[in-house]
Design a protein around this ligand. Structure first.
Ligand SMILES: [Zn+2]
Length: 192
C-alpha cells in the first residue's frame, strides 16, 4: 500500500527497461568460465577429464590463471609490501585478485553441478580449494595492505588551494564486487 500518485516524482528518468530476455550476466559469465575450464582440461598434459579432476587440479588451474591477472601482489622483499597505494612502480608479479578467484570458483562449482549433478564429487567444492583460497586471501591482504572484511569508506579529500576542479581521476573503484552473487543458490533446473 503505497499511495504513489505520480504527481511529484523527483526522478525524471523513465528508463525502466525491465524484463530483457537476455541471460543474466552471472549466467553468461558462468558459461564462459566453464568453457575456459573445459578448454584448460583439453590442453592439459597429461590428458585430464572432468571425471578425474580433483581439487588439486582446480588449484593448478587457479595458479595457471595468475598469468592473466591484473592485480599487483607485492612480494615480501618489495618496499611496497603491505602498502595499499604504492607511491611508484615495482617489479612485482600481477596475479588474479582473491575476490575474482573466489567468485570464479563459486560459478564453476555451480556449473559443475548443473552439468554433472554430483555435489559430493565436485572438485570445486574440495576442501583443498577452500584452503588455497583462504591462503590467497590472507597473503594478498598482507601484500596489498587491504583488509577484505572491512571495506573502509573513503572520504573525498578536499584539496585546499588547488587549482579548481577535483578531477577524481583516481580510478579507485576497480575492486570487483565479486563474492556476493556466489552464494545465491541456483535453481535446480536440469537442462541436460
Ligand atoms: Zn612490489
Amino acid at each position: 500500500m503505497d499511495p504513489v500518485s505520480g504527481s511529484n516524482n523527483p526522478n525524471p528518468d523513465e528508463g525502466s527497461s525491465a524484463g530483457a530476455a537476455l541471460p543474466s550476466r552471472y549466467e553468461a559469465q558462468k558459461r564462459r568460465d566453464w568453457n575456459t575450464f573445459l578448454q584448460y582440461l583439453r590442453y592439459h598434459k597429461p590428458p585430464l577429464t572432468l571425471a578425474r579432476c580433483s581439487g588439486a587440479h582446480v588449484i593448478e588451474f587457479l595458479r595457471y590463471l595468475d598469468q592473466f591477472g591484473k592485480t599487483m601482489v607485492h612480494v615480501p622483499g618489495c618496499p611496497h609490501f603491505g602498502c595499499p597505494r604504492p607511491p611508484g612502480p615495482c617489479a612485482c608479479p600481477l596475479k588474479q585478485a582473491w575476490g575474482s578467484l573466489d567468485a570464479l570458483i563459486g560459478r564453476l562449482r555451480a556449473a559443475y553441478e548443473e552439468s554433472r549433478g554430483q555435489p559430493e564429487a565436485n572438485p570445486f567444492g574440495a576442501r583443498a580449494v577452500r584452503i588455497y583460497l583462504s591462503e590467497v586471501k590472507d597473503g594478498q591482504a598482507k601484500a596489498r595492505g587491504i583488509l577484505y572484511e572491512k571495506k573502509k569508506r573513503k572520504r573525498p579529500t578536499m584539496v585546499a588551494g588547488g587549482g579548481g576542479g577535483i578531477g577524481g581521476g583516481d580510478g579507485g573503484d576497480g575492486e570487483s564486487s565479486g563474492g556476493s552473487a556466489v552464494d545465491a543458490v541456483a535453481p535446480p533446473s536440469k537442462t541436460v
